[in-house]
Ligand binder design. Sequence first.
Ligand code: UDP
Length: 331
Amino acid sequence: MNILVVGGAGYVGSHAVQAIQAAGHSVWVYDNLSMGHRGAVPEDRLIVGDLIDQPLLQSVLVKHQIDAVMHFAACALVGESVKNPAKYYQNNVVATLSLLEAMRATDVKRFIFSSTTATYGIPQTIPITEQEPQLPINPYGFTKLVIERALADYAHAYGFAYAALRYFNAAGAAADGSIGEDHTPESHLIPIVLQVALGQRQQITVFGNDYNTPDGTCIRDYVHVEDLASAHLKALDHLQPGQGIQLNLGTGRGTSVREVIEACRRVTGHPIPEVLGERRPGDPDALVADASQAHTVIGWQPQYMDIERIVETAWGWHRAHPQGYNAPVTD
Ligand code: UDP
């Protein structure tokens, strides 16, 4: 297949690009490099462009005879979405609808969408199944839900074949150390803790220890980025015209903030000083997937079930690339 990976220079997208190539498909990356990194993708596969550039997008879809689109290009920070919702509605809704229009115009109808656990809001039941009501509590989650709904309508009306993959907490890096996580500014727990181990930060601030969890810190389901990538390939094999599949992608195991920090201490051998901070607004106590549907429907099973192994891959990347993709060239 010829696959266009939109946002393929970003964190999850770049790992999907590697998985697609390893599976023997032809891959093209479409990315405006606003958040993605040139160094994360093969140079000869990269097309630099904006999602709202309809003429360019349509010409790419036709020229490369694209069979399927995977869409990773989105803003994904809850706090930022509350402060600057316009950015989220523009990037995550308007630009995605523009992409869908370009696909409709060129008759490309296979689509894999990066959705999120944030579409569930505060879940009533843990672990979370796909039947959990989707009641997002922030603009980020809502923008993703809007596109899930649009896709259901596009499938019904135009014969789109799609999968909406609801990620839990993407984590880790490529096992071979070639690519990894590099956000500026960084806000995610594991990379921040590892930056402490690298001496780039003094300490980690734990955002609240009075949650309704055994150790009082928030519980999340950390799923390895290469496992997320493999789920996209499996989903591709199960797309049906006029139908959509919605799947949670997580391990089904919850890990608290304190347990993540302890795993990082074991992996890095660094004491990693921590301080207690305020709760971060909008953080639910626990988000853990029931990912059994992904196993049943597309045969997906995460290979990384242990937080320490996930952290090991992240540490391999951060230690080798302490400045991320922008490492100064040395000779
Ligand atoms: N967290 C923390 N300190 C930090 C960053 C994150 O305690 O410096 C907590 C955060 O409150 C949440 C968990 O770590 O409970 C995971 O946060 P992250 O931002 O990595 O992912 P999110 O769950 O927001 O997608």
